[in-house]
Design a protein around this ligand. Structure first.
Ligand code: CLF
Ligand code: SF4
Length: 488
């Protein structure tokens, strides 16, 4: 069977060789991964976008360029020394670029990273407020790479002024960070905003921000631009209120709602960090996401990337493409991205068919039990990462709803230089709170025993298999044929 994993690291000759071997043996090979209930034009827009399609994030990469550093509001979880925490990981400083430097960087990455499908502008600062640089960057890049998808993230205040230009530039994906629809709550999140040459404070500021966010969302929906709403979950301030936010944005046509945990650290020097405001635990975040089910569709695979991130979600190859490493002159070579897409088209149909069968199997088992499963993966929809090399686990829930992706947990790499660190394993175990089973490509006896001691089973029996098929097999072993041990 053709496997993307066999193509790691992705190499053009390897891809062509695999294709010429005849590829996948499945009858579903090359079939569409489009969900039955999705309009064809919407699927066309999201099928290669790693954030807008959970399924696409196994195959496609995004890159961000930090070209628009000015901002027009203050969020209590932001320190302007760092990236915009509305879309990016707080406490990180990204390399700022001019539009021309950004163009060179995007072309260089497109030549080296065939998974690249999306260019995003996601801070530091606000892409709509610092509009001239956002527009110049997109305009230049599409001259070289016409098929790249363009994506921006904004706080929404300046958004209504630029919706028509976004539509003209074929920007199909816009993220608005909406943390409240009640200005009284907003006043606890935003101390001030700056609008039409005037600074506003308190409830008045949040009222204005709220009106502009709703107007921007409605304008985008009217033009068929797919809008993702990011909300930062701030325990005790807007956590329960996000149920209301979800209703408002659903009514106004939002495509996705992404609830992100507040990351608060005194070392980041933010208002919340310095005043002891805590972020939610992974289980608190999951509980809120579960309550939101049935409203606007949830995104659960966000990685809170850096504003200069490059690569698949969950990996960051940004350090390979810093300004000092970029060539002065670079021409775009479309061949690698085209060959990669051929491979993915075949693999993807096979994966979707296997996934559908696995979901039906778990649903119809009627076991009435839920399992929370942590997967170690490098992408391609397979269990293909060693336990000791994992920097994150993807979390799935198997039970009456079938098999559902519910999030990810970041961990510190356990095995460095061939040896595992006990202290690191303790941190991993804490990060795996609530998980019943870990599936990975390889795991040693020592970590397996330590996980078992805290009630977490671990197995490498399904190494390099599809994630969902393996989960279904594990579920069957656990609940379908008596209490068979999960350990391989
Ligand atoms: Fe970037 Fe954001 Fe576009 Fe994606 S990220 S601008 S929509 S291309 Fe994606 Fe990263 Fe989460 Fe953002 S995982 S932080 S949601
Ligand atoms: Fe910071 Fe982004 Fe908020 Fe501006 S919008 S204050 S850059 S988090």
């Amino acid at each position: 069977m053709l496997s993307l994993d066999q193509l790691q690291p992705v190499d053009l000759d390897a891809m062509r060789a695999k294709l010429s071997e005849g590829g996948c043996s499945s009858s579903s090979c090359g079939s569409s991964a489009k969900p039955d209930d999705m309009a064809a034009e919407v699927w066309e827009k999201i099928k290669d976008h790693p954030c807008y399609s959970e399924e696409a994030h196994h195959y496609f990469a995004r890159m961000h360029v930090a070209v628009a550093p000015a901002c027009n509001i203050q969020c209590n979880y932001c320190n302007r020394k760092y990236d915009c925490a509305n879309e990016s990981r707080p406490g990180v400083v990204s390399e700022k670029l001019t539009p021309e430097q950004a163009r060179r960087k995007v072309v260089t990455v497109a030549n080296e990273v065939p998974q690249l499908s999306v260019l995003g502008i996601a801070g530091p600062g606000d892409a709509c407020y610092d509009w001239r640089k956002t527009k110049a960057t997109f305009t230049e890049v599409v001259k070289d790479i016409p098929d790249i998808k363009l994506c921006i993230s904004t706080n929404g205040l300046a958004l209504p002024d630029h919706v028509d230009e976004l539509a003209e530039m074929n920007v199909d994906h816009v993220t608005i960070t909406i943390n409240m629809v009640d200005p009284e709550i907003g006043a606890k999140i935003y101390p001030w905003i700056y609008f039409r040459n005037k600074r506003y404070h308190g409830v008045e500021a949040s009222q204005l921000l709220h009106e502009r966010q709703m107007l921007g969302l409605e304008m985008l929906s009217a033009r068929g631009i797919l809008t993702k709403i990011n909300s930062v979950m701030i325990p005790g301030i807007n956590d329960e209120h996000l149920l209301e936010v979800n209703k408002w944005v659903k009514e106004r046509g939002a495509f996705l709602h992404n609830v992100m945990p507040l990351i608060s650290d005194p070392a980041h020097g933010t208002h919340y960090g310095l005043t002891g405001q805590r972020g939610p635990t992974p289980m608190e975040l999951k509980a809120l996401q579960d309550k939101l089910e049935g409203g606007a569709k949830l995104m659960r695979h966000c990685r809170q990337c850096r504003a200069d991130a490059v690569g698949l979600l969950g990996e960051d190859r940004g350090q390979e493409f810093t300004l000092d490493q970029l060539p002065e002159e670079i021409a775009y070579d479309a061949s690698k991205r085209a060959a990669y897409r051929d491979v993915v088209a075949k693999e993807r149909g096979d994966h979707v068919a296997a996934k559908g069968a696995a979901i039906e199997e778990v649903k119809s088992a009627g076991a009435g039990e839920n399992l929370l499963i942590a997967i170690a993966t490098k992408g391609g929809g397979r269990i293909n990462e060693h336990f000791g090399h994992a920097k994150e686990f993807q979390i799935y829930e198997a039970g009456s709803k079938g098999i559902v992706f519910v999030g990810h947990r970041k961990v510190e790499q356990y095995c460095l230089g061939g040896f595992g660190e006990d202290a690191t394993l303790d941190g991993m175990i804490a990060a795996l709170e609530g998980v019943n089973l870990v599936l990975c490509a390889k795991i040693g006896e020592c970590p397996k025993d330590q996980l078992k001691a805290v009630g977490i089973e671990a197995s490498d029996a399904w190494g390099f298999e599809y994630i969902e098929s393996s989960i279904a097999a594990a579920y069957r072993e656990k609940f379908g044929g008596g209490d068979i041990a999960l350990i391989a």
